[in-house]
Design a protein around this ligand. Structure first.
Ligand code: SAH
Length: 220
């Protein structure tokens, strides 16, 4: 039996979630499996209870430790870009944060590995994956700038914190034919990039301007 907190009442009801999905459609998100996953995922359990009533607004929200849960539109945009060439087998997410993006990915790909450098956030996200019974998500407490060599190569990599330059280990851990979606740049001037690894090298496309927290080095 789910508690009222999980079921969603009032401002976290299904109708409130449907309005968010409608907004994402209006902003150009088309992948129906992705929209269904976002409709089914209770974003309010990924934020502090005091902010639950704002969980289905299309905005980023604080999750403590100076970090944020990404804006739903950005989650949708990055996921849609990652999955544009079809279903993926093994995906690495760098920056678990609340675990919301990871929960969306877990419903759309065979296996997700997600790494976080703040231990408390990592532990909270792991508990949420268990509550939602998303057993194909493996969460690790480690420095995502190093990737996760023991599980490489990945046919998708999604980075949800911005490095100034693309981390070399992540390029190396991308499978041939695989794609990576990541923000790069300085605090005020970041660009969302799509990188596809071909047999001959890497193809880079700019998607849009974004604002992410910085990718930091080492564990907290
Ligand atoms: N995907 C998250 C958004 C999290 S914000 C969500 O859906 O909620 C970015 C996260 O990246 C923060 O939690 C931050 O601690 C983490 N981060 C920053 N640098 C990191 C690194 N080097 N390795 C792993 N995680 C990192």
């Amino acid at each position: 039996m789910l508690s009222a907190h999980h079921q969603g009442i009032g401002m976290t009801s299904l109708r409130t979630r449907e309005r968010l999905i409608q907004r994402l459609r209006e902003k150009g998100i088309e992948n129906s499996k992705l929209l269904a996953a976002m409709l089914n995922t209770p974003r309010h359990i990924f934020v502090d209870e005091a902010l639950a009533s704002r969980a289905y607004e299309d905005t980023a929200l604080p999750i403590g430790h100076g970090q944020t849960i990404s804006q739903p539109y950005i989650v949708a945009r990055m996921t849609e870009a990652l999955l544009a060439a079809g279903p993926l087998d093994s995906v690495l997410e760098v920056g678990t944060g609340s675990g919301y993006q990871c929960a969306i990915l877990a419903q759309l790909v065979r296996r997700v590995y997600s790494v976080e450098r703040i231990e408390l956030l990592h532990k909270q996200a792991r508990t949420r994956m268990q509550e939602l019974q998303l057993r194909n998500a493996r969460l690790k407490y480690s420095d995502g700038g190093m990737g996760l060599p023991e599980y490489a190569p990945f046919d998708g990599i999604m980075v949800t914190a911005a490095p100034e330059e693309i981390p070399q280990p992540l390029l190396e851990q991308l499978a041939i034919g695989g794609r990576m979606i990541l923000p790069t740049g300085s605090d005020r001037d970041q660009e969302l990039l799509q990188i596809i690894r071909t047999p001959h090298g890497f193809e880079q496309t700019r998607l849009e301007s974004v604002i992410f927290v910085p990718l930091k080095k080492g564990l907290n």
